[in-house]
Design a protein around this ligand. Sequence first.
Ligand SMILES: Cc1cc2nc3c(=O)[nH]c(=O)nc-3n(C[C@H](O)[C@H](O)[C@H](O)COP(=O)(O)O)c2cc1C
Length: 352
Amino acid sequence: MISESKAEHRADSAGAANHSVTELSRKFCVAPMMDWTTTHYRYLARQLSRHTLLYTEMVTTGALIHGDTARFLRHDEAEYPLALQLGGSDAGELAHCAKLAEQYGFDEVNLNVGCPSDRVQNNMIGACLMGHPDKVAEGVRAMIDATGLPVTVKHRIGIDGRESWEDLCEFVEKVAAAGCRTFIVHARIAILEGLSPKENRDIPPLKYDWVYRLKAKYPELEIIINGGIKTFEECHQHLEHTDGVMLGREAYHNPWLLAGVDPVFFGQPAPVQSRHEALRATLPFIQRELERGVFLTHMSRHLLGLFHGQPGGRQFRRYISENAHKSGAGLEVIEEALARVREPAEAAIAPA
Ligand SMILES: Cc1cc2nc3c(=O)[nH]c(=O)nc-3n(C[C@H](O)[C@H](O)[C@H](O)COP(=O)(O)O)c2cc1C
């Protein structure tokens, strides 16, 4: 089973079986985002930074167990290091899916305890689980017993009705007692009654100091901070109090930011020197996907932010938006769009 899955999903390049998790660092992470952090976004992100830890979109245990498992777990080996985020709460199902994560080559399995949508609340998935710390602990323990992968939890600082500091500590302590060592904390509560998922990412105020307090109180735990972070300067401030930062929307809308991560946070050269180079490095992957029958528009939408703020950036976006959905659209659309933005004469990376 293991080798079958690996062979199937890592067929694109050699050496995948030697993929090592020893270098896994959570100092800089890109957040799991439904419909956004798809394999196509992640491939581009990986051209920009070798060391950023990438997260998949959330996949529910139900989808993995009853649906097309291979399709939900599909990724390219170039995306590593890569964490799979699961949504679910049944310990047996979580354990089963954690094993699948290992078999398919992921570096980490992460449990979603932060998503506030109604759809997931009804199934006991996401942020509502902050009200059930024993259930989360049971699920985490089952996953740890089932796999050698690191098991991490992404959660909020509370939910309506359970938003005290003591509630948060009880949650973290119970889940840590089950064996979880890494907590990714979105520094705002989720309001399950009355706010949409989108509003829940903006309206409840950010309380970074609560995340800092968690690290101070539980120094043995790895605490990663998330929510509203946009610049490297902010990252440096957070890293004085926590072990890592996770960026979501900014990393998606302005992916070029990732080109500074390896030099600034890991003391390593950037893998590419320009946006053009990053995009060109992505083209062979896009071509392979086109040959598999993936529509260009499903991939090109994740490229739109790459020339954000650059001369010609708007024309780049417009050309893709107007042409990528057309029947038979292929790489020529990307090439034409690329011709609308000037290639810099010198390296474009300016570490913040
Ligand atoms: C479009 C979108 C989809 C998201 N999907 C997920 C998800 O599947 N799982 C999850 O834990 N968080 C999800 N989130 C929340 C992000 O992971 C992150 O916690 C949130 O956006 C705050 O970080 P940011 O301010 O850096 O974006 C999503 C956010 C967005 C914008």
